[in-house]
Design a binder for this molecule. Structure first.
Ligand SMILES: Nc1ncnc2c1ncn2[C@@H]1O[C@H](COP(=O)(O)OP(=O)(O)OP(=O)(O)O)[C@@H](O)[C@H]1O
Length: 367
């Protein structure tokens, strides 16, 4: 069954167009994450689903019913905000019960739902506390618990972890993953800036840019087969290295010429290109983690002097400088790599891991 349908959804604030026609079909029970740069329209889209913003044009359906004109309280949605939005003078129990009391639910049923949600989120011991006596992570769990009690068809999260410190973020992210598993019929839509949250929580990620959908797909599909340069650079950290090239041989595999005067070299990529694209400019991409030090005599992709070295423990990032006419390149090597600063090193990669985009930024690898 379809959980949510968005048909050509547009949003303008007066003359300012913010969303330019969003089409999406979300299955019931799916976990969808919206990502994109600041200002791309993620929160606006989420708030339109919640009914907190009018829809300028287009149609929105929740479980088959048109909801454009349906008020927020009647849409069967619950929203969790970055700021938690708890009532400071009410206990955890009352915060969670509040919405159901307003809706006139039966007292015993309210008690059953509050206790079930508290159990699920390990909040039972805190039911009589006020929010000020809770940690940030516990407060956010109360906000999530309050949303669960409403038994929503669609659960909306607007950057729920961004006020938490790093360790709590990880713990609460796992709570949300468990919650999702325990509510297989509830559709979840989650807005975040955080790549790890997007990659680990989503069934599918929607990448937005300037009010348009750039690509929709499973996390690893976006990572392995980005549809365009925008997605290639946005998904993955550090970002994919992108350098301008010229296509010298087209066909089932493609040869490109990399570098400029003095440093030109040919590279074969496992990507098909039309024969009339020989001579065209294109963009070659390789992820930092797909580069490895070339063995002696092996053909290299990049050779340069190692500048800044960032040792993160589990990986080491090398920033290559003085490449033969290329843009700066970042390499991510596993583990700790010592004493490489200032050395000239050559790097290569598996041809299947290389990416090629046409002059307009569309991937040649059809996904
Ligand atoms: N009430 C408003 N009036 C005019 N413009 C608005 C209004 N609300 C949002 N916008 C504009 O709409 C665009 C999208 O905003 P939105 O908050 O949805 O972006 P976002 O992707 O969620 O950004 P962020 O990640 O920074 O929260 C922005 O350019 C913003 O300035």
């Amino acid at each position: 069954m379809t959980g949510l349908v968005l048909k050509d959804i547009r949003k303008s604030y007066g003359p300012v167009k913010v969303l330019h026609g969003i089409d999406l079909q979300i299955e019931k029970g799916e976990f969808i994450v919206f990502v994109g740069p600041s200002g791309c329209g993620k929160s606006t889209l989420l708030r339109m689903i919640a009914g907190l913003e009018d829809i300028t044009s287009g149609e929105m359906q929740i479980e088959g019913e048109r909801v454009n004109e349906v008020p927020p309280s009647k849409r069967g949605i619950a929203m969790v905000f970055q700021s938690y939005a708890l009532y400071p003078h009410m206990t955890v129990y009352d915060n969670m019960a509040f919405g159901m009391r307003i809706a006139g639910e039966d007292k015993a049923e309210i008690d059953r739902r509050v206790r079930a949600a508290a159990e699920k989120l390990q909040l039972t011991a805190y039911l009589e506390r006020l929010p000020k006596a809770l940690s940030g992570g516990q407060r956010q769990r109360v906000a999530i618990g309050r949303a669960i009690c409403r038994n929503p068809k669609v659960f909306l999260f607007d950057e729920p972890l961004s006020n938490l410190d790093a360790a709590l973020r990880v713990a609460t992210r796992l709570e949300i993953a468990k919650l999702n598993e325990s509510m297989p019929d509830t559709t979840m839509i989650y807005v975040t800036h955080d790549q790890v949250e997007a990659m680990t929580l989503a069934d599918r990620i929607v990448v937005l840019s300037a009010g348009r959908v750039e690509q929709v797909g499973a996390p690893l599909e976006l990572y392995e087969r980005p549809a365009n340069l925008f997605v290639a650079k946005f998904i993955g950290s550090p970002a994919m290295n992108i350098v301008p090239v010229t296509i010298t041989e087209a066909g089932r595999r493609t040869t490109v010429s990399l570098g400029s005067a003095g440093g030109t070299r040919e590279v074969v990529i496992d990507v098909a290109t039309p024969s009339d694209h020989v001579g065209k400019k294109a963009w070659f991409g390789v992820r930092p983690e797909d580069l490895r030090i070339a063995t002696e005599g092996e053909k290299n992709l990049f050779s340069g002097v190692v500048g800044i070295v960032e040792a993160l423990g589990e990986v080491t990032l090398l920033h290559l400088e003085e490449l033969a006419g290329d843009e700066p390149v970042v390499v991510k090597l596993p583990g700790i790599v010592r004493d490489v600063k200032g050395q000239t090193l050559a790097f290569t990669a598996d041809p299947a891991k290389l990416h090629l985009f046409d002059a307009d930024g569309h991937s040649y690898r059809k996904s």
